[in-house]
Design a protein around this ligand. Structure first.
Ligand code: ZN
Length: 346
């Protein structure tokens, strides 16, 4: 009798506990091709190598296919610094026909809706690419599949997790048949009024991609996300991004239009209702925004208010937004322009 009572109590407890856990959407990602070597091996079987020419010394390091600052090494007094950022991961080809053409089927990494396809290879460095929107806990995220040879879905189409959407290829700049691979990103979106900002800053280049232009999409560390979800399937994106280090902070004037906190309300720290004079935004080294805090500092344009101390000049550490070192570090004109996108039109 007593045991039965305790069992009933335990069942009630776990039911309540489960309903608490179920408040979050589960991010159940599948890899987009047959290549699953991310979960075993040293990376050389999973990542597509890059062709490197370092002072005349040629090599093909697979490390260059990873996410992050993995390309264009530069020798500095503080050691070698990899100066070029790779916003996604390059997944190696497994299947080819007799002529060496890639055959790997490309699949949606999670359920979602196709929001963009770019079928003209020459319109982007991504070549032919697809963008799929996913909604997790109400926030939009965008998986991007680049360098495709063939696109099998249409804009507006709903797709299931693992559904075939394309065939791997080598479209886009700087890729050839031996280096055929899938470039995969998982992004947050910056501003749905991207076109107005683009028209201001890129007057002479047409934007073929609407709000799904790579400039308006910020790629998170998707390989680390796969690996951490493998260990902890209930991980959320805010929990995941809490593991990213803040490399710099920028204070921007308070604006009537600021979409980021609407899409990603969990980024806002402190009292979101407080009418401060500005916002201070924390960024990962990648430029991915991590945190937004109301602030009382009065600024007329974006101002760098913190940068992680380093012996290396900021122009080598970031993506062109910051130059200088120590107390001399500052936003570049390019950085100013990019930060305007956050609150455009202000
Ligand atoms: Zn890539």
């Amino acid at each position: 009798m007593r045991i039965r009572f305790l069992t009933a109590l335990a069942v009630a407890f776990f039911a309540a506990h489960n309903s608490l856990v179920a408040q979050h959407d589960v991010i159940d990602l599948v890899l987009p091709t047959d290549n699953d070597a991310l979960f075993h091996g040293d990376g050389s079987e999973f990542y597509q190598y890059v062709d490197r020419d370092y002072h005349g010394e040629k090599s093909t390091p697979w490390e260059g296919g990873q996410y992050g600052f993995v390309r264009d090494p530069v020798q500095t007094a503080a050691g070698v610094v990899y100066t070029r950022f790779h916003e996604g991961i390059d997944i190696r080809c497994l299947h080819r026909d007799a002529n060496g053409e890639p055959l790997d089927e490309v699949r949606a990494i999670a359920a979602g809706q196709v929001v963009y396809t770019s079928p003209v290879a020459g319109y982007s460095n991504y070549g032919k690419y697809i963008v799929i929107e996913h909604r997790w806990d109400g926030s939009p995220y965008f998986s991007l599949y680049g360098h495709l040879s063939k696109i099998d879905v249409q804009i507006g189409q709903k797709v299931e997790r693992g559904q075939p959407i394309a065939v791997m290829g080598y479209t886009g700049t700087g890729i050839n048949q031996p280096r055929a691979h899938l470039h995969l990103e998982l992004n947050m979106i910056i501003n749905d009024r991207f076109q107005a900002w683009y028209d201001r800053f890129y007057r002479n280049e047409p934007n073929h991609h609407g709000i799904y232009n790579g400039i308006n999409l910020d790629g998170i560390d998707i390989a680390r996300l796969y690996l951490e979800l493998h260990k902890n399937p209930s991980l959320t994106i805010p929990e995941f991004l809490a593991g990213e280090e803040t490399f710099y902070k920028v204070t921007v004037p308070r604006s009537g239009y600021f979409e980021l906190p609407k899409n990603y309300p969990w980024m806002v720290q402190g009292d979101a209702e407080r009418k401060g004079k500005s916002w201070e935004i924390s960024f990962a080294r990648s430029g991915v925004p991590l945190k937004i805090e109301p602030n009382d500092k009065k600024v007329s344009r974006a101002e760098l208010t913190y940068v992680k101390p380093s012996p290396v000049d900021c122009s080598l550490l970031f993506r062109g937004e910051i130059a200088g070192r120590g107390t001399q570090a500052h936003l570049t004109e390019y950085g100013q322009g990019l930060l305007r996108l956050l609150t455009f039109p202000d």
